[in-house]
Design a protein around this ligand. Structure first.
Ligand SMILES: C[S@@+](CC[C@H](N)C(=O)[O-])C[C@H]1O[C@@H](n2cnc3c(N)ncnc32)[C@H](O)[C@@H]1O
Length: 257
């Protein structure tokens, strides 16, 4: 199989797959409750296509709740980490497809849910939704969610984001005035949206490993990324000498039909 174009799509995150796997947070339980409530789809027994599944954060959480998941991602290194964790909780099935979410290698009407956890903004906004609609059964739903630092809730976090905006050319986040959540809501006539706040307790070292897993950091040279991380480490250590952060987070959840 010629995986050239697929490799190109998956390159960014494959560069930081280890950091991603080690340090990115999961989604709080409330996200799965709300997702089921807003979509009207019972997760237990549902078939879900998880597009941009990456290392499997949402894939495995859905499986733990009884869903059969088809994970789709063009990143070989990301998908390899997903597969390495693919035991069989509760007898659920997982298939991992190295593929482009804009052209799903799936038959029509095979799924109850299509999820984009932190991923829809990497796809074509029109082709991706057309594909999701094609593979969904008539009562199925499309779900987008993003796990975000809630910088407005803590001065130290706002300062951290501001330093990134200053130092990292490709940075895109709450410290940029024009920043907003990806416009997935615009793709639907019927859309339910919810913001779900939560708090992440994490050591500074792991928080900075998470930083390294962002695409804007992957765009830097290794030396420059080290400098950015070290500057953040010094600032965070000065403010939190005990080395633990309580990070205000919020998940933006959008469910459309
Ligand atoms: C920020 S990660 C999200 C991973 C995971 N869903 C999570 O919640 O952590 C974005 C993922 O989208 C994938 N991606 C990028 N372009 C894609 C495309 N055209 N089709 C499907 N996935 C894509 C990347 O390879 C990456 O694994």
């Amino acid at each position: 199989m010629n995986t050239g174009p697929i490799k190109d799509l998956g390159r960014t995150f494959d560069l930081v797959a280890d950091a991603y796997d080690a340090a990115r947070p999961g989604y709080p339980d409330e996200v799965y409750r709300a997702l089921s409530e807003l979509s009207g789809v019972e997760l237990d027994g549902a078939t879900t296509v998880d597009v941009g599944a990456g290392t499997g954060i949402m894939t495995h959480a859905l499986r733990a709740r009884g869903s059969h998941v088809i994970a789709v991602d063009p990143g070989e290194a990301m998908l390899a980490r997903l597969v390495s964790k693919a035991g069989r909780p509760n007898g659920t099935r997982v298939s991992a497809l190295l593929a482009d979410g804009n052209a799903l290698p799936l038959a029509d009407e095979v799924a109850d849910l299509v999820t984009y956890a932190q991923s829809w903004h990497w796809l074509d906004p029109v082709a991706s939704i057309a594909e999701a609609r094609r593979v969904l059964r008539p009562k199925g739903a499309i779900v987008g969610c993003w796990n975000l630092n809630h910088a407005a809730q803590a001065d130290w976090l706002a300062a951290y984001e501001a330093r990134l905006a200053e130092e990292v050319p490709a940075y895109w986040g709450p410290a940029v005035e024009q920043w907003s959540v990806p416009p997935i809501a615009a793709a639907f006539e019927v859309i339910e949206e919810r913001w779900i706040p939560w708090t992440r307790l994490i050591g500074i070292d792991d928080f900075l490993l998470d930083l390294r897993s962002h695409s804007y950091m992957a765009a830097l040279s290794a030396e420059r990324a080290d400098e950015v991380v070290e500057r953040q480490r010094v600032a965070l250590r000065a403010e939190f000498p005990e080395g633990v952060l309580s990070v205000p987070m919020r998940v933006y959840l959008a469910v459309g039909r």
